[in-house]
Design a binder for this molecule. Structure first.
Ligand SMILES: [Zn+2]
Length: 256
């Protein structure tokens, strides 16, 4: 019986996530000057030591080997590819064997777009989106928002982190604000309780240091709070120590 449970667990994990060793190695060579571009644009990378920087570069290259970054009616540069991959890797950097198995392509738009992916006309207020249905392995991002996410690093907002947080949440089969790959079983219920309390508080007060968009659903709360955690960890720790501890345990397990 125990053997059966273990077998099921292995199949389940193998189906959705991320094991770098389980997939064929495809090589991708980072463009010349990538190291400098990362140093100049990605604070997370800049703050790493030499050994971890090299690891980060390898994981960025590995991400780009498996994920195409393409412009839709807009020119894109090596920097854009690097920034998309950096945001993706920042979230899972503490998990050396993880890789995103649920994305093949990132499309960059010249501005905001509508929920039907229109770039002209009314209703264009979306900066990023994880595709669904026929687009289920595609992420859409606004190129200006991609750039500004890293240019104004530390302001609490990063569209790339936001969308990849949704993708991690989605890896267990449902985008519900409960990223089961990041949460060990004893942490599941406390996490759900915590986010429901936070959302209730945000809704009743109508203001918060957490972006109010996070109060629209459990899924948006997880994406918004992930941005906050990576962009302004010190402030989050002061303002919401319990939430901070939970996110620390999720994204950097065993770091204490
Ligand atoms: Zn979202």
């Amino acid at each position: 019986m125990v053997g059966l449970i273990i077998l099921i667990a292995v199949v389940f994990i193998g189906a959705f996530i991320y094991n770098r060793k389980s997939r064929k190695d495809i090589k991708y060579k980072l463009a010349p000057g990538s190291k400098k571009m990362l140093l100049d644009n990605v604070t997370f990378y800049k703050n790493l030591d030499e050994v971890n920087r090299l690891d980060f570069e390898n994981r960025v290259a590995d991400f780009l080997a498996h994920t195409t970054v393409r412009g839709v009616d807009v020119e894109i540069e090596d920097l854009d590819r690097l920034l998309v991959a950096s945001g993706a890797i920042m979230l899972i950097f503490s998990f050396p064997d993880w890789r995103y198995n649920n994305i093949s392509e990132v499309l960059l738009y010249k501005g905001t777009f509508s929920k039907d992916f229109e770039t002209e006309g009314a209703g264009r207020n979306i900066l990023g989106m994880v595709g669904d249905g026929a687009m289920h392995r595609v992420m859409l991002l606004s190129k200006p928002s991609l750039r500004s996410s890293f240019q104004s690093s530390g302001d609490g907002h990063n569209t790339v982190l936001h969308e990849f947080a949704h993708l991690i949440d989605k890896a267990d089969g449902v985008v519900d604000g409960v990223p089961e790959y990041l949460l060990s079983r004893p942490h599941l219920l406390p996490w759900i309780k915590e986010i429901r309390n936070d959302i209730d508080r945000m809704r009743s007060k109508g203001k918060s240091d957490i972006d109010l968009y996070g109060a629209t659903s459990d899924a948006e709360f997880f994406a918004v709070i992930s941005e906050y955690f990576f962009e302004k960890p010190d402030k989050l720790k002061i303002n919401h120590p319990e939430l901070f501890e939970m996110l620390e345990e999720m994204f950097h397990p065993g770091s204490k």
